[in-house]
Design a protein around this ligand. Sequence first.
Ligand code: NDP
Length: 507
Amino acid sequence: MNAATETFAISSATRQFLERKHQLFIGGKWQNAQSGETFAVIDPATEARIATIQLANELDIDAAVAAARKAFKGEWSKISSHQRTRLMLKLADLIDANMQTLAELEVLDNGLPMMLAQYTIAGYASEFLRYYAGWATKIHGETIPVSPMGVANGESLTYTRREPVGVVGAIIPWNAPIAMFVLKLAPALATGCTIVIKPSELTPMTALFMCDLIKQAGIPDGVVNVVPGIGTVAGEALTRHEDVNKIAFTGSTAVGKKVVESALGNLKKVTLELGGKSPVVVFPDADVQAVTMGAIRAAFFLQGQNCMAGTRLFVHKDIFDQVIQGVAGIASQMKLGHGLDPATQLGPLISAQQRERVMAYIKAGKDEGAELVCGGEAPGGKGFFVKPTLFTHSHQNIKIAREEIFGPVLYAQSFGDSDLETIAAEANKSIYGLSGSVWTKDIAVGHKMASLIDSGQVSINCHAAVDPAIPFGGNKMSGWGREFGKEGLEPYLKTKATTVIFSQPPF
Ligand code: NDP
């Protein structure tokens, strides 16, 4: 029994769902995993088991891909774009109607505080579906004025059609489970693709609950298949599968490279949303209070297990001490606890392994001579907690300034009155290029600096602005392609050009 569900009230719907048998969702039906293998899902704040799920292997992936292919060729291909819009809107309404259950499951599964879980569901997941529901009816090709094979102008017609790419394999991580689920699902549904989603086995609960809602919304069987499993087994089987047309992967850069190799067999399309080590650049005229709160959010949102996290803080020397004092003052007072406790500001990390990884980075920071300003400890007792940690004063080349930690660890350094190119060159000293922010009241400095930062997304006077319409994705080793917005549809579509000639060509 989980102490948290005894201490804090959870809805009877959540309780009932947790007590259910958790199978794989293939072809619209709940099915046992063919190996019979199971996995205990843990509440990271209490280390207690909250559910036992079935684990997919290669055979289950084969079955899920076959179900997705059957639906793609069958019923789904006959459904109009208007109907797809309606189904997606219905699913969005069902998400809102079940917000509390989804939020409770997300908190118990991932550890994030309740308020953030509610936001990722009502403020993000359902809105994301609604945004892409609107696109379903606006996907179209073009007519192109050409004269192929020498035919006279006006004697031919060439047009393009945008067709769904086919069966999509989606592999998602544990850091924002329902957000990642919807991020892959919405463009697939809008474009008329079918999808096999492999959530992380650490956080499968909201993905499994979504299957009930998908069924209730009336989305045909086989359009969405959900198969939690181990990455090196189920994930790899999906990326290698010869009947999958596209992989949408979110995860680490190291695994992203493996995904590319596995996809070579049938040259399936691949989009990659990978790691980050994003800069937060603060000029001396910035509003110190706004910067302080912004830096805290940038570094510690989702306990720092956030690909967009602003983990390299560059502050002009004139306000460096003020900003550091402000960040340390708030960070050291942040309340760590169970996400179901309304007072909690920071939850646990996802697993003991992740906590060890983060603590090893903290040790490396100390060993390499960085000054520890606050945090740096894992409190004892149950739960995979790490205190929000701030380091300063070292040279930038130390490990904690270079590598993605994926935990609540911020590294700050100051800069002087250099030109913007020099400051940008420091900010760009990273293999990653996912996000970043610039803080200043000077619009010229803000825009110029934003243009110099080599990242897929830069925000001015906020960090990591997220909206379904804002394209998102990485430069350098942060990935391939973009998600969100109109651009987010592209990887789910292919173009067919058709030409008709009205008269005989001259040769
Ligand atoms: P991983 O790369 O370890 O795992 C991501 C997913 O890939 C999981 O479902 C995992 O399964 C699966 N996987 C693991 N090995 C393979 C394989 N060989 N073939 C196919 N799939 C595999 O990342 P984490 O789960 O640790 O997530 C953290 C990483 O994700 C961070 O680096 C972070 O930056 C990145 N991320 C990027 C985002 C972005 O939008 N750019 C957003 C969120 C996170 P399993 O769980 O079984 O290992």
